[in-house]
Ligand binder design. Structure first.
Ligand SMILES: *Cc1c(COP(=O)(O)O)cnc(C)c1O
Length: 404
């Protein structure tokens, strides 16, 4: 029997999808599980966006489109990048893909060679290391913790640069931590990239989900030199509650976009035709729903942070963006539940699911074993109930005398 490829063997399945699947199975078995695993907004796609897709489908817009997206959509994206991000891109510098994840994949495949090093601030989004690995690149992790709001200080990034550094992946606001880099920090990263000459892949999917008056800064807007080195990735999943639509895009220098287009032309071709007018409607239509969604997330954020910090053994920094909290659970390590000692984030994940019937995601999958991730893209009632369950489960933990 021939075997599957080494490349495939090296890919780890998504841990966030795994815990969500397990929780769904428990629910299907009649167990009342509260899910904090989801990485998607719990709001519906706004009606005017759905209407645009329906109209387009009914008008028979059902054939291949240009690989990189229709001219109208690329124009709407250029207008958006100009309006929201202060970025000047021509339509030939934009490619639309099947989700921002696909854009990240194409961007890495188009730029990273085997042996190239890619700097990834940790905690990181689970897909970055897998995608870099598929390209044959080597991940260089640089850790951050809550003391800096989960942003990596510039000297640590500088220390990670070698003559093999090809790219740095920036994700602000961040999944899983909600960390947000401020303008000065982004400027420092831009200066470093220009000085050393490496690409920056800037995943800006959470740009609109940001709190306390913070302003999102697109690194490519900080000057011509850094713009040439940047691949800006964005999409519709998070800002417009369109995760199932699979709509994302990238903007960069033309040679990079052309390379991404060549790759996409032989793997996916164009994204779904009749979603493209809907994407235009999302960008050019009313934006009020977004404000309402962020206001709701903000309420939940404050509530969940307070509740988590009130639990003995858990400390939670206040995230500046996205819809996740990333509490430190090392205070629970060494305690035990029913004879089972908690020693890692995976133990905490398993114990909370079994004992408290609450689904969270272990930090280990994000490169940070001292933490767990909770998404607050779920109703306030679920959050209240889930936090009650977590507090109760923690109060029943016993100090394990075998420790140490
Ligand atoms: C959700 C997410 C994406 C992917 O979004 P899609 O457009 O649905 O593929 C990309 N990056 C990060 C950090 C995310 O959390």
């Amino acid at each position: 029997m021939p075997d599957i490829s080494q490349r495939a063997k090296n890919v780890a399945p998504s841990p966030t999808l795994a815990v969500t699947a397990k929780a769904k199975q428990m629910q299907a078995d009649g167990i009342d599980v509260i899910g904090f695993g989801a990485g998607e907004p719990d709001f519906d796609t706004p009606q005017h966006i759905k209407d645009a897709a329906i109209k387009s489908l009914q008008a028979g817009f059902t054939k291949y489109t240009p690989t990189s997206g229709t001219a109208d959509l690329k124009k709407a994206i250029c207008d958006k990048l100009k309006r929201d991000n202060g970025l000047d891109y021509a339509p030939s510098q934009v490619i639309v893909s099947l989700g921002a994840k696909h854009s990240v994949y194409n961007a890495v495949l188009a730029t990273v060679d085997p042996g190239d090093e890619v700097i990834i601030p940790a905690p990181y989004w689970v897909s970055y290391p897998e995608i870099v690995g598929m390209a044959g690149g080597k991940c260089i992790y640089v850790d951050a913790d809550e003391s800096t709001g989960f942003t990596v200080p510039i000297d640590k990034l500088r220390a990670a640069v070698t003559d093999k550094t090809k790219m740095l992946i920036l994700n602000s606001p961040s999944n899983p931590t909600g960390g947000v880099y401020n303008r000065d920090q982004i400027k420092q990263i831009a200066d470093l990239a220009v000085e050393k000459g490496f690409y920056v892949l800037s995943d800006e999917i959470y740009e609109k989900i940001i709190y306390d008056g913070r302003k999102h800064v697109s690194i490519a807007s900080l000057g011509d030199e850094i713009k040439k080195l940047t691949i800006t990735v964005n999409g519709f999943s998070k800002a417009f509650s369109m995760t199932g639509w699979r709509l994302g895009y990238a903007a960069a220098e033309k040679n990079i976009i052309s390379a991404m287009e060549a790759i996409q032309s032989h793997s996916a071709s164009n994204l779904v035709s009749f979603t493209q007018p809907a994407a235009i409607a999302a960008l050019n239509g009313p934006q009020e729903v977004l404000g309402q969604m962020v206001a709701e997330f903000d309420k939940r954020r404050k509530y969940i942070v307070n509740r988590l910090n009130a639990i003995d053994g858990i400390t939670c920094a206040t995230p500046g963006g996205a819809f996740y909290v990333f509490p430190n659970v090392t205070g629970l390590f060494g305690k035990s539940a029913g004879g089972r000692m908690l020693k890692s984030s995976a133990d905490v994940e398993g114990w909370l699911l079994d004992d408290a019937k609450v689904a969270v995601v272990a930090g280990s999958g994000f490169g940070a074993d001292n933490y767990i991730r909770l998404s607050y893209a779920t109703s306030m009632a679920n959050i209240e109930n889930g936090l009650d369950r977590i507090s109760e489960a923690v109060s029943k933990l016993q100090v394990d005398f075998r420790k140490g």
